[in-house]
Design a protein around this ligand. Structure first.
Ligand code: ATP
Ligand code: MG
Length: 211
């Protein structure tokens, strides 16, 4: 049995065509069903639905043989013990620093001010500002980061941006790019060794479909 870990939403939706290219189909939609284990047309392949930030954990400890995880999550957690053979080019966005419209970020940095930064990506933010020599107080949030600068909780946020419409709607502007983000195929190396006969054709089909 091969278990593939995916998260609901855009990663699931954008991985489906790749699974199809590998001849794997599921009739179930995780956005409509409460099932966490989805069968496929292949009796030896199943999908599990987990939180985006839990995908590396499942694959690392063998709860899943492979999965799809955003580079944001892999950078934040380190991705130890995972084989990352393929950038799937899906769920593309950018990790950015954003501030309130009118906040002079360049000036604050230049003056060596201590910045309050709210983010779900504490490790990523810490490394980014350390590499620039900017002193920051990091505030860990679990969602709705855009709110933090509006109520004075933080001067800046570090978050994923794709179209920028959420920032715009909340009168924030992106001032710095930290990284380009897309989702990666991640594989448990031991599983690959033991189940290569079933897994390798899936990896090959994904690689071919991605181009
Ligand atoms: P949860 O709310 O369950 O903790 P999450 O909010 O991180 O998870 P999503 O917002 O669905 O989950 O994001 C899942 C992944 O999709 C992220 O890790 C990232 O790689 C990618 N992603 C997030 N936001 C965007 C975006 N705006 N555009 C493209 N890809 C994105
Ligand atoms: Mg979310």
């Amino acid at each position: 049995m091969i278990t593939i870990a995916l998260s609901k939403g855009r990663i699931f939706d954008e991985t489906l065509p790749l699974l199809n290219a590998a001849g794997i189909r599921t009739s179930e939609d995780p956005d409509k069903s409460r099932k966490l284990i989805l069968g496929t047309n292949k009796p030896d392949v199943r999908l599990i639905i987990v939180r985006a930030s839990d995908v590396p954990t499942y694959v690392q400890y063998g709860g899943a043989d492979m999965g799809v995880a955003g580079k944001d999550v892999l950078d934040e957690q380190g991705g130890q013990g995972l084989y990352q053979p393929l950038d799937l080019g899906i769920a593309r966005c950018r990790m950015m620093v954003a501030v309130r419209e009118g906040f002079d970020y360049a000036k604050a940095v230049k003056q060596g001010a201590r910045l309050k930064v709210a983010t779900k990506y504490v490790q990523t933010a810490r490394e980014h500002f350390a590499s620039k020599g900017v002193h920051v107080d990091l505030i860990k949030l679990y969602g709705s980061m855009e709110l933090a600068p509006l109520v004075g909780l933080a001067d800046a946020i570090v978050d994923l941006v794709s179209t920028g419409s959420t920032l715009k709607a909340n009168h924030l502007v992106a001032v710095e790019e930290i990284a380009q983000i897309s989702s990666r195929l991640i594989v448990n190396p031991v599983a690959l060794k033991l189940k290569r006969k079933t897994m390798q054709p899936i990896l090959d089909a994904f690689a071919k479909a991605v181009g």
